[in-house]
Design a protein around this ligand. Structure first.
Ligand SMILES: *[C@@H]1O[C@H](CO)[C@@H](O)[C@H](O)[C@H]1NC(C)=O
Ligand SMILES: *[C@@H]1O[C@H](CO)[C@@H](O)[C@H](O)[C@H]1NC(C)=O
Ligand SMILES: *[C@@H]1O[C@H](CO)[C@@H](O)[C@H](O)[C@H]1NC(C)=O
Ligand SMILES: *[C@@H]1O[C@H](CO)[C@@H](O)[C@H](O)[C@H]1NC(C)=O
Ligand SMILES: *[C@@H]1O[C@H](CO)[C@@H](O)[C@H](O)[C@H]1NC(C)=O
Ligand SMILES: *[C@@H]1O[C@H](CO)[C@@H](O)[C@H](O)[C@H]1NC(C)=O
Ligand SMILES: *[C@@H]1O[C@H](CO)[C@@H](O)[C@H](O)[C@H]1NC(C)=O
Ligand SMILES: *[C@@H]1O[C@H](CO)[C@@H](O)[C@H](O)[C@H]1NC(C)=O
Ligand SMILES: *[C@@H]1O[C@H](CO)[C@@H](O)[C@H](O)[C@H]1NC(C)=O
Ligand SMILES: *[C@@H]1O[C@H](CO)[C@@H](O)[C@H](O)[C@H]1NC(C)=O
Ligand SMILES: *[C@@H]1O[C@H](CO)[C@@H](O)[C@H](O)[C@H]1NC(C)=O
Ligand SMILES: *[C@@H]1O[C@H](CO)[C@@H](O)[C@H](O)[C@H]1NC(C)=O
Length: 591
């Protein structure tokens, strides 16, 4: 009786937070102040986007089942949304941080994300999803650890290291946006950053003096888990560490069959973790390199990220040439074969990429098929745009999920073509009708001249095949029906295709996009809307109490008191949450 009373009291408190809390699952709080700071990663001062004054932002490091609460305070001079790449937001596209699901957080406002990380363990990252802002920063790592009771398929590493790599321009995102709006190509980036820093001066001609570089400190004999994320604009990068093997262990939440690589291509938006043993004799420091792929290397020499791996017993500086990139100018299958070699360890225990993920996906019948083809840039109404199947996505002023909630008509069309349209390309708010509990096959056909990566929010999908040429029905014969990796971001080589399978068990409205930031900005995206026809609140969380309103629903939005003393509020809410956690702990003892 007494405990029931505590329970109802507890739920009244929790109702304020909307997401249901299970007594044993901790709440973890973050305050994210997003602002501009001046930094000179390539020696040229520029305004970059920082989180809590740091560029890159802090790593979110939580454990599966945790309730994550992130209060994002927008101190930029424009709208902001933070999105959580690879975090599945099960039952809650409300927290996804893209324009199809959320109204943007206006300048000077704050908005509190609240979600539970569930059925996922691995390496992910966050970034600002609007207005090309990722080109100026705002990103950081997002780790979901296993709970102690869930074993991992390798010995506990001696350390955990996050490495963010990405191409970089000395122009800020507003300048880059202006160029794209004017129909210009962004051209070659000015460099590649590693953890927000420019290259080590490995060559005095190529790297100017006075650039701050990243140093990773390690101890001899130890094995580290190194989580590498490509957070850049549009350049595929080859990652390698001089004289060290990279034992690939995980990709975006799936444990892989463990294999050594001397280098691995990490495409835009992708995350991988490696186990790296410090087994060298530390005669010098070692280079950590992230270099541009599939480009004219003599022209792109400057576009190389170089950091330093320093043993605690190191006998001197790294020197000499960088370790070689794959020499495959005449072998376009090298990188594809490497991608095909990344397979899922189907016997590894632990959280699956989907709760249903332990099934044999190869024996499930596909219920709907989409062939999505991109094109090089097209001109629509005098504007340069990017398309999928001839549709260049136009973001609605009222988010799709919100429009559904209030039964607004005419916000979007649910008529996304399942193959390329034959007529003129057009700009539309056209989305994919996904059948709840259906099994969707998507063939991504890349008709552009560079690698594209595609990302689906809300899901991990099975990568079952990729090849050069046009996909045909016969291509299914080459699919990997057994241990294709389940991940959220896959590369599609130019002139080639990649086939993915998605089990549509997560109700909501989910973004499908190219991660190549310029193409995304110019409309290469859509959404998959998954509705449970049975009216129930079991398969999707209710709209959060703090939902913002905009567009056709803008009248419902109360103004935010932006002058309120934030620090007191912050401390107050922290205290309150600690209290909730204590109640949680007490309850879990009693039940
Ligand atoms: C971006 O750079 C331009 C100069 O190209 C500058 O005028 C502008 O203030 C910068 N904007 C931001 C948000 O840093
Ligand atoms: C803004 O932050 C305060 C805490 O500082 C919080 O109480 C409030 O709910 C947040 N606003 C939104 C819309 O999430
Ligand atoms: C796969 O996972 C199992 C179970 O954890 C582990 O014992 C095995 O070494 C892993 N296999 C490979 C090839 O990584
Ligand atoms: C994340 O947290 C785990 C568990 O507390 C810790 O072992 C690990 O070192 C942390 N990783 C990073 C990158 O901080
Ligand atoms: C530095 O790079 C330049 C240009 O690629 C090259 O000509 C030169 O040999 C390099 N210097 C060293 C010491 O490797
Ligand atoms: C990977 O390379 C390391 C040496 O760096 C070696 O000890 C290990 O056995 C290799 N593992 C596999 C699976 O090949
Ligand atoms: C170990 O260091 C010495 C110099 O101290 C060097 O000559 C030798 O090649 C190194 N061996 C390995 C395996 O790296
Ligand atoms: C790469 O660029 C250099 C310098 O512009 C040029 O001479 C060379 O022909 C280019 N190589 C290829 C393969 O296009
Ligand atoms: C898949 O479809 C085939 C016929 O098209 C049917 O025989 C089979 O039972 C189906 N499998 C499942 C798992 O539904
Ligand atoms: C979407 O698909 C479902 C079946 O999966 C169908 O019942 C519904 O009518 C479709 N909606 C639209 C607007 O086409
Ligand atoms: C693009 O599509 C056209 C027409 O199907 C084809 O002729 C061309 O080879 C394709 N190019 C690439 C790079 O896929
Ligand atoms: C969920 O639905 C049940 C009945 O269908 C209802 O009693 C309950 O209040 C609902 N919960 C929320 C949070 O809407």
């Amino acid at each position: 009786m007494a405990s029931r009373c505590v329970f109802s009291l507890f739920f009244t408190y929790i109702a304020l937070f909307t997401s249901p809390c299970f007594a044993e699952d901790p709440i973890v709080n973050f305050e994210f102040v997003v602002s501009y700071i001046t930094a000179s990663p390539l020696g040229v001062p520029q305004q970059v986007i920082a989180v809590n004054g740091h560029f890159p932002g802090p790593t979110i490091n939580v454990t599966t089942n945790d309730h994550v609460v992130v209060n994002v305070r927008n101190k930029l001079d424009e709208d902001l949304l933070m999105t959580w790449a690879g975090i599945q937001q099960r039952k809650s596209s409300w927290q996804d941080g893209v324009l199809g699901t959320n109204c943007p957080i206006p300048s000077k406002w704050n908005w509190t994300y609240q979600f539970q990380v569930k059925d996922q363990i691995g390496s992910f990252f966050y970034f600002p999803s609007l207005h090309l802002q990722r080109a100026s920063g705002g990103f950081g790592g997002f780790i979901i650890n296993n709970r102690d009771i869930i074993p991992i398929p390798f010995a506990t590493p001696d350390g955990d290291i996050v490495i963010l790599i990405g191409d970089w321009y000395t122009r800020n995102h507003t300048a880059l946006r202006r160029a794209l709006n004017a129909g210009k190509d962004l051209g070659m980036p000015d460099g590649v950053l590693i953890n927000g820093k420019g290259p080590y001066r490995y060559n005095t001609t190529l790297v100017p003096d006075g650039i701050e570089y990243e140093t990773i400190d390690v101890h001899p004999g130890k094995t580290y888990r190194i989580r590498v994320h490509n957070v850049g604009m549009s350049t595929s990068l080859n990652f390698r560490i001089q004289n060290h093997n990279l034992l690939l262990a995980e990709a975006e939440g799936s444990y892989t069959v463990q294999q050594n690589y001397t280098s691995l291509d990490i495409h835009v938006g992708q995350s991988s973790s490696f186990l790296v043993t410090m087994d060298q004799n530390a005669s010098t420091d070692y280079y950590i390199v992230a270099s541009a792929r599939f480009v004219n290397e003599s022209l792109w020499k400057r576009v190389t990220g170089v950091a330093i791996l320093r043993y605690s017993n190191s006998k001197g500086k790294a020197s000499g040439p960088l370790p070689d990139a794959p020499n495959d100018q005449f072998d376009k299958t090298f990188s594809m074969n490497q991608a095909r070699s990344i397979r899922w360890n189907v016997s590894a225990s632990g959280a699956r990429p989907n709760p249903q993920g332990s099934f044999r996906y190869g024996s499930i019948n596909v219920t709907e098929i989409y062939v999505l083809k991109n094109k090089p840039p097209v001109t629509i109404n005098g504007k340069q745009r990017r398309t999928l199947n001839g549709i260049s996505f136009l973001n609605p002023t009222t988010p799709i999920r919100l429009a559904d909630q209030f039964k607004l008509k005419g916000v979007y069309k649910i008529d996304f073509p399942d193959k390329p349209i034959t007529g003129e390309p057009k700009m539309e708010t056209s989305i994919i009708n996904g059948t709840y509990k259906g099994f969707m096959e998507i063939i991504l056909q890349n008709n552009d001249t560079k690698v594209h990566t595609y990302h689906v929010n809300g899901y991990a999908f099975f990568v079952v095949g990729m090849d050069y040429g046009e996909w045909t029905e016969n291509s299914r014969g080459t699919y990997n029906k057994w241990d294709g990796i389940a991940r959220a971001t896959t590369q599609v080589f130019p002139g080639g295709w990649t086939a993915i399978l998605i089990s549509l068990d997560n109700v909501g409205v989910w973004n499908l996009r190219t991660e190549n930031l310029d193409s995304w900005y110019l409309g290469q995206e859509t959404y998959i809307r998954v509705v449970n026809p049975e009216v129930t609140n079991k398969t999707e969380f209710p709209m959060p109490d703090n939902a913002l309103f905009c567009g056709a629903l803008g009248k419902m939005q109360k103004p935010q008191d932006i002058s309120s003393a934030t620090s007191i509020m912050v401390n107050g809410s922290k205290l309150f949450l600690s209290l909730v956690m204590m109640v949680c702990a007490v309850i879990s003892i009693f039940i």
